[in-house]
Write a protein that binds this ligand. Sequence first.
Ligand code: GLN
Length: 481
Amino acid sequence: MNIEVLTVESTRTAIREKQFTAGRLVEDFYNKIKAEDPAIHAYLTLCEDRAMQRARRIDDLAGKGDPLPPLAGVPVAIKDVMVTKGLRSTAGSKILENFVPPYDCTAVGRLETAGAIVLGKTNCDEFAMGSSNENSAYGAVRNPRDHSRVPGGSSGGSAAAVAAGTAIAALGSDTGGSIRQPAAFCGVVGLMPTYGRVSRYGLIAFASSLDHIGPLTKTVKDAAIVLRYIAGRDPRDSTSADVPVPDYEQEIEKPVKGLRLGVPKEYFGEGLDAEVRAAVETAIQQLAEDGCEIVPVSLPHTPYAIPTYYVIATAEASSNLARYDGVRYGYRSPRAKTLSEMYRKSRDEGFGAEVKRRIMLGTYALSSGYYDAYYLKAQKVRTLLARDFEQAFSQVDAIVTPTTPTAAFKLGEKADDPLAMYLADIYTVVADLVGIPGISVPCGQTKSGLPIGLQILGKHFDEGTILRLGHAVEHGRALAS
Ligand code: GLN
C-alpha cells in the first residue's frame, strides 16, 4: 500500500470500507518513519504501543460491525508543545527533557476521541520560539523537499512529517506564524483558527494572548475535517469561545463567486521575493477568474507589527516561563548548593540561547519604568492593528497575501542573526495579534522546486470562508497541472 498518498478523507473511508486495518496502517507508518525520519528528524518521541493498542480497538469495533468514530484509524502527529498523558512532552527544550505529563491537551484528547491515532510527538523550536526549527534542543529538522533547507518553524516537525508522508495530518501551534510559515516552506496546508476557537488547555504556554492550536494537512479539506473535531468551547480554557462550530466540510463546497478579496499593498513591497510574488499574483488572478472581486485595501500599521509582536510575545513568555524553576517539574541542576543557585543553574542549564534572550527582553519590557514605554505602547499599537483589519473587513470578506517573503532558506543561513529570523514572520504575526484566522495554501513553486504559500486571512470565527477560498485555490492548481 502506498501510504504517502493517503489523506484524512481517504483513510477514514478506507478503514470504514475495510480496505485495510488500522493495525496494518499504523505498522506501515512506523516502518516508514524508521526508514525515512532519521534524515528529516521530524519526530522526537514515538508511541508505538499506545498507537497499536488504539488501532486494535478500532479494528475490533470494525470486526464486530460496530459504528466507528469519524476519524477512526487516521494516524496523526502532535507538536511537542501539547501535553500527552503518559507520553513525554518536551516543548523542544532540555528543561522538559524527562517530563511525562499527567493529563492530555484538549485538542489531542478530542482527536483521539474522534478515533485518530497519535503516532508520536514532533520536533519544534524550543517553547515554539523560532522560524526555522533550528532552536530545538534536540537538533534541527530538515525540509523534506530539500534537505539543505529549513522546514520553517516553530512547528517544523509537524509540517515536515506531513510533507514527508510520515503522518497524514499533524497539530501545530501558531503564536506569530508557526503553523502557516512552515506549511508554506514544506508545501502543505496550515490553518491557524480564530483565537478562542480551539482550546489551549494543555498547550505549553509561550505567549498566552497569541497562542493558537491548529492543523497541518495535505489538503484544505483535511484541514476542514480536523478543525471540526478539535474546535469548540472547553470549560478548562476560559478563553475558549462559546461559538457554534460549523460543518466546515460543507462550507468548503460553497462557490467562491461573489466573494470580495482584499489585497493589502503593504504586503507586496520591499523584501518580497519575485518568484513568491509571481506565484501569489497568479493565485489571486485565478480566484478572480473564479468570480471573486479583487479589492485593493490598506493596512497602514503593518510596519509596526513585528516590533509590537516581539514586545508582547517576549513579555508574556517571560512571565509564562517563570514556572520552570527546578522545583515543581522539569530539569533540576545537580550542581546547585543553595536554593537560589538551584533556580539559577536549573534555568541556565535548561534553557537555550533564544529562550534566554526572550526572557531577558520580556522582563525588560515589563520592568517598572519601562512598562509604559514598551508593553503598554505595544498593546496600544495592537489595538490600531486590529482597527486596520476592522476597516478592511468592512469592505471585503477575506484578505490575501503571501505567507512568507521568501521560500525556505538554508539551514544556518539566519541562525546567527535573530533579527533576520524575526522578519521571516513579517506577513504572519499580525493575524495572531488581532486574533483572526489565517490559512496557508500551496500556490506554486520556485524554479528550483521550493514550495510557495498563499495566505488567506478571515474575519473572527469565519474559518469557513478562508477554507472555502483555499479549497478553490487548490482545485484551480489541480486543474492547471
Ligand atoms: N517565529 C515567531 C517567534 O519566533 C513565531 C513563533 C510561533 O508562532 N510560535 O516567536
